[in-house]
Write a protein that binds this ligand. Structure first.
Ligand SMILES: Cc1cc2nc3c(=O)[nH]c(=O)nc-3n(C[C@H](O)[C@H](O)[C@H](O)COP(=O)(O)OP(=O)(O)OC[C@H]3O[C@@H](n4cnc5c(N)ncnc54)[C@H](O)[C@@H]3O)c2cc1C
Length: 541
């Protein structure tokens, strides 16, 4: 391996450094150890789990079925671990992450409280020099980012935020101690997937809750439930078949689109399918619906109309129901929040919904918040304002490639990647769950992607390769492919984090194609071909 530069001690010299100890980083560490590499994981938090370490807000839980989300790589782990609910809550998932870390003794190679601020490629040694917030340095031949697609929280750009004298929290930076809402006046700002989960939980105990909504989202019922003993037994016996199914479905979920178009069935049949999906667990309404609802406006209008009728039935005050029905996008064209009695929250006398398009928030005040038509007083303000998605965690690290080029500049007009895993000009850097990669039911994609990168590094070790880089042609072709896949999708005509828009961040007002929207099986087939062809599409030296 490369000789250590003067500023890094030999103890800080690694074969591979992984940034992030969420599900991606933990599994990458496990696999790289098998190659006999000296590996270090650098993690900003104080423990493992990533998403499940940070998002401790009330009501945080899976939208993926728990058993379809866990790691599949260890049969022993699958048999030992028991999920208690079909959609486990955050505390259980965090316990799971810790269980995995203990079982595979991962922590000895993870350094916590270590936020990476810079990563600079040095040509002569073909290695990366990595700097932490505290100024310490590391050197590594290979650098693997596992920094999360939804790991960089964003706060709204509202004046006076720091002046608030009560307590305020971003959902993804929730305190480790419990927060009581009993008798409290609470505000929730934001009604995305996180806001919906938070609101329905806080409403159970709150004194008074005011929800500030800019964009209502189309939600579908989660239908969570405890897993009884018999079901537990069936789940454990059926893991191989279940994971095989996840490998075949479009987005690695247990649900996959109905092969029919809405126009191929009668109105009665269509309504019956919608009704069944609405009453089924999980993402079925979104991922298991007719094949044309996400690409055809007429089909999309039909499903949107169905869900709108459900909202009107569930919310007593029809003026409130109308506010909760999205007008600027159709069902499924943004991330669909899954809910449990969310709409019924607005039937509670102690809950108020404020449409901030009609009456915008003007400022946060010491006592609460002022909109264009009223002043509110609160004890607690909860910011459920989401993330600087997909590229956010990249933007916060000063990555510089071979010519000193900044990644942020290279990606100014949108990310450019090879298979979502490599970037031309940034040799020996691989990305887990970065832009342009298959996401879906994410751990399924993590396992594939980690194994692909591990195989690539194994190939490098076996062939004395010390430089791995995507080519300009490879990047152009993959980036064009990813863009082409987005054509015709209704979701690509909508502002959302999936199209790179975040109104709270300067420079994120133009739509980009940040995610791969093709099928996961097609993604894997393409990546498998590259491996089978001995990575000839890459520059290896
Ligand atoms: C509330 C919530 C619910 C979700 N539910 C689901 C679900 O049901 N199904 C699903 O498939 N997906 C879900 N997701 C997506 C989820 O992010 C992924 O499932 C998965 O956890 C991603 O794992 P990861 O390791 O790639 O990233 P993360 O879990 O985000 O981990 C990234 C880690 O990198 C660290 N990091 C980032 N930058 C730095 C830096 N500069 N220096 C050091 N460390 C750094 C972070 O601290 C973090 O620990 C959910 C996300 C959220 C926010």
């Amino acid at each position: 391996m490369a000789a250590a530069a003067p500023a890094t001690s030999p103890a800080h010299d690694y074969d591979a450094i992984v940034i992030g100890a969420g599900l991606s980083g933990m599994y990458q560490l496990y696999r790289l150890r098998e190659l006999g590499m000296r590996v270090r994981v650098l993690e900003a938090g104080t423990n493992v789990g990533g998403t499940w370490y940070w998002n401790r807000y009330p009501g945080a839980r899976f939208d993926s079925e728990s058993y379809s989300y866990g790691y599949s790589f260890s049969r022993e782990l699958l048999q030992e671990w028991e999920w208690s609910e079909h959609f486990a809550g955050q505390p259980e998932t965090l316990r799971y992450c810790n269980y995995v870390a203990d079982k595979f003794d991962l922590r000895r190679d993870i350094q916590f409280r270590s936020r990476v601020t810079a990563a600079i490629y040095e040509e002569p040694s073909r290695s990366w020099r990595i700097t932490l917030e505290d100024g310490s340095h590391f050197r590594s031949r290979f650098l693997i980012t596992a920094i999360g697609p939804l790991s960089t929280p964003t706060l709204p750009r509202i004046e006076g935020r720091d002046s608030f004298e009560g307590k305020s929290f971003h959902t993804a930076r929730w305190p480790h101690e419990p927060v009581s809402f009993a008798g409290k006046r609470v505000a929730v700002i934001g009604t995305g997937a996180t806001g919906v989960q938070t609101i329905q939980e806080v409403a159970k105990t709150v004194g008074h809750l005011t929800v500030f909504q800019r964009t209502p989202n189309w939600c579908a019922p989660l239908h969570n439930g405890k897993i009884d003993e018999e079901t537990q037994r069936r789940i454990k016996a059926g893991y191989p078949e279940m994971f095989a199914r996840c490998r075949e479905t479009f987005a690695c979920f247990l649900h996959t689109p109905d092969p029919r178009a809405t126009s191929e069935v009668t109105e009665e049949e269509r309504e019956a399918v919608f009704e069944k999906l609405y009453n089924n667990r999980g993402f079925g309404m979104w991922q298991g619906n007719f094949r044309d609802i996400l690409v055809d406006r007429t089909a999309n209008a039909l499903v949107s109309d169905f869900v709108a009728r459900k909202i009107r039935q569930r919310v007593k005050d029809q003026a409130v129901a109308e506010k909760l029905i999205p007008r600027n996008h159709g069902f499924g064209t943004r991330r669909v929040p899954l809910e449990t009695k969310y709409y019924e929250v607005y039937n509670q006398p102690n809950v108020k919904l404020v449409d901030i398009n009609a009456t915008p928030i003007e400022r946060i005040t010491p006592k609460g918040l002022k909109t264009s038509d009223a002043e509110y007083e609160f004890d607690i303000i909860i910011y459920a304002t989401g993330f600087d998605a997909i590229t956010g965690a990249f933007d916060r690290i000063d990555f510089r490639g071979a010519d000193g080029l900044k990644l942020k500049d290279k990606w100014k007009g949108g990310p450019q990647t090879y298979l979502g895993m490599l970037v031309e000009g940034f040799p020996n850097m691989m990305m887990q769950m970065g832009p342009h990669t298959a996401l879906g039911n994410i751990p399924r994609s993590i396992e594939y992607s980690v194994e692909w990168v591990t195989d690539l590094l194994r190939h490098a070790l076996e062939h004395n390769i010390t430089l791995i880089e995507a080519t300009a042609e490879g990047v152009a072709s993959w980036t064009d492919h990813v863009k082409a896949l987005g054509v015709g999708l209704l979701s690509n005509e909508i502002d959302s984090w999936m199209t790179g828009i975040n109104r709270n961040i300067e420079g994120k007002q133009t739509r980009i194609i940040a995610r791969y929207s093709g099928s996961a099986p097609a993604f894997r087939t393409r990546c498998d071909q590259v491996a089978a062809d001995s990575y000839r599409e890459l520059r290896l030296a």
